[in-house]
Design a protein around this ligand. Structure first.
Ligand code: DX5
Ligand code: ZN
Length: 219
């Protein structure tokens, strides 16, 4: 499968966002992972529509928007209008996940669904036929810079197996949280093909770090 790097701008320098985005994109990152937090589903508040709209004007990257937001149905149209290409929402956050999927697809956007580390992968099974991407959280959502939860590797393997066995071998499997150059191979070989990395990419020299990630991913 196509391997894709999705740097998470949560760890970028928000005072120089366009510069940081350009650095990772020029270095070859295909996606930009944009974490939206509402202060309810997760304790923190991050960024919203105006920032995405502004970035859309300066970037052609694929905007991979991760909604950590309660009742995401309320906001799908707004994120589609703001420039999202992929919209991923939490199974735990919606009242009727089918409605959320329908709304995303109706807007012609790619649809992703995700679960917290302690939610079993079975929670996603009813929806697989309508998902372009499954996102597994390998840290508790809410903050960048946390450590990768080791049991995530087994969960990735089980999810990849479930996708293959249930007839969805083309569905992207994204993993988010605590991924560094040191554990990247483990995550990839378990079956992930879309890699989110925040602090590991933006912590120091984003262009150089992007290059290091891509070398391992394509090596
Ligand atoms: C956490 C976010 C992540 C975060 C990852 O809630 O969903 O995307 O930015 O950051 P790192 O790579 O530093 O764990
Ligand atoms: Zn994320």
């Amino acid at each position: 499968m196509n391997k894709i790097l999705a740097p998470s701008i949560l760890s970028a320098d928000f005072a120089h966002l366009a510069r940081d985005v350009e650095a990772v994109t020029k270095a070859g990152a295909q996606y930009l992972h944009i974490d939206v937090m509402d202060g309810i589903f997760v304790p923190s508040i991050s960024i919203g529509f105006p920032v995405i709209e502004s970035l859309r004007r300066v970037s052609d990257a694929v905007f991979d928007v991760h909604l950590m937001v309660t009742d995401p149905l309320r906001y799908i149209d707004r994120f589609a209008d703001a420039g999202a290409d992929i919209i991923t929402f939490h199974q735990e956050a919606c009242f009727d996940c089918d409605l959320v999927i329908d709304r995303i697809r109706k807007r012609g956007k790619k649809c992703g669904m995700t679960i917290r580390p302690h939610t079993g992968i079975e929670a996603l099974f009813p929806y697989l036929d309508r998902l372009d991407m499954v996102l597994l959280m390998s840290v508790e959502p809410g903050f960048g810079g946390q450590s990768y939860i080791p049991s995530s590797t087994e969960k990735i393997r089980a999810m990849r197996k479930a996708l293959d066995e249930r007839g969805f071998p083309e569905t992207d499997l994204e993993v988010d949280g605590g991924i560094k150059t040191g554990n990247l191979k483990e995550v990839l070989s378990a079956g992930a093909n879309v890699i989110v990395a925040g602090s590991a990419v933006f912590g120091e020299d984003p262009a150089k770090k992007t290059g290091e990630f891509l070398e391992i991913m394509n090596g």
